[in-house]
Design a protein around this ligand. Structure first.
Ligand SMILES: Nc1ncnc2c1ncn2[C@@H]1O[C@H](COP(=O)(O)OP(=O)(O)OP(=O)(O)O)[C@@H](O)[C@H]1O
Ligand SMILES: [Mg+2]
Length: 257
């Protein structure tokens, strides 16, 4: 039986998409069968970042009930070049589609939740995947809450930004606890500070959030230089960011096996 992992955060720009792509790729590189879902209908980005044009069907169509999920899956395994499998299901980045998704009512969202829950078939014993990775929108909008409800575990990307820290702390107490989700933090974009000891940092973070810390990811200028065009797990296997993400993937495997 596979697992569903939602990557979420309180504020925007904390690194959810970057972490989702590279965690999915890192898991696929170890031979796992992984499918990455762009559930950020507010600002879809995987179609552009992964350079996939015109899939047979968008995730929007699947959630609208107008296509089967199999038609929305695009196999990009050859990019990873290992024994694993990597597929993606994309949110439609066209302006009209974004506007349409932002005007959905509660009733539609309830039906969409049913369809997200049905994705569990993809990871059942007869299913095709070991992991589904959901890249979500930040904050507490309906679609992100649906993604969290449908997931087995939530990876929360956070930074040292004060408002992000406080919002994340509240969200951990009031949202994930409510749904009784296994939750792990990834502290991202951390600046090098030679006077701060790594174990002190980890203890402080654990104390503040009261949830397990999966990893601390430094801020790398190479990531910004790549302008989103690089899947580090694929293109730069020896980069410290890739090694960091491989370690995060291994930690996830260990924790949820
Ligand atoms: N560890 C890091 N070092 C350097 N740059 C990073 C790091 N993590 C993320 N970034 C950069 O920060 C920006 C935001 O990252 P990303 O798009 O993954 O965040 P997000 O949480 O998905 O944003 P949104 O909430 O808008 O969907 C990107 O330009 C990304 O390359
Ligand atoms: Mg994103």
């Amino acid at each position: 039986m596979g697992k569903i992992m939602a990557v979420h955060s309180y504020k925007g720009g904390t690194g959810k998409t970057l972490l989702s792509i590279n965690l999915a790729a890192a898991l696929a590189k170890t031979g796992k069968k992984v499918c990455l879902f762009d559930l950020d209908f507010r600002a879809p980005s995987l179609a552009t970042l992964l350079k996939v044009k015109n899939p047979n069907c968008w995730l929007n169509d699947y959630l609208n009930g107008s296509c089967e999920i199999e038609k929305a899956l695009v196999d990009i395994s050859e990019r990873i070049g290992n024994s694993g499998k990597l597929c993606v299901a994309l949110a439609n980045p066209n302006t009209e589609a974004i506007r349409e998704m932002s005007s959905k009512d509660r009733k539609w969202e309830m039906r969409a939740l049913g369809r997200l829950l049905a994705l569990r078939n993809l990871i059942s014993n007869t299913g095709n995947f070991d992991y589904l990775v959901f890249d979500t929108s930040p904050g507490l909008q309906y679609s992100s809450i649906n993604a969290i409800v449908a997931a087995d575990l939530v990876v929360v990307a956070t930074t040292f930004d004060r408002s992000d820290m406080e919002g994340t702390q509240r969200m951990l107490r009031e949202l994930y606890d409510l749904f009784e989700k296994k939750t792990y933090l990834v502290l991202n974009k951390v600046l090098e500070n030679p006077t701060r000891h790594k174990s002190d940092l980890q203890a402080t973070v654990k104390d503040f959030y009261q949830v397990p810390l999966l990893g601390v990811v430094p801020c790398y200028c190479d990531i910004l230089k790549a302008e989103g065009s690089t899947i580090f797990a694929q293109d730069k296997p020896d980069h410290p960011f890739t090694r960091m993400l491989n370690a995060l993937a291994a930690e996830i495997e260990k924790n949820i096996a």
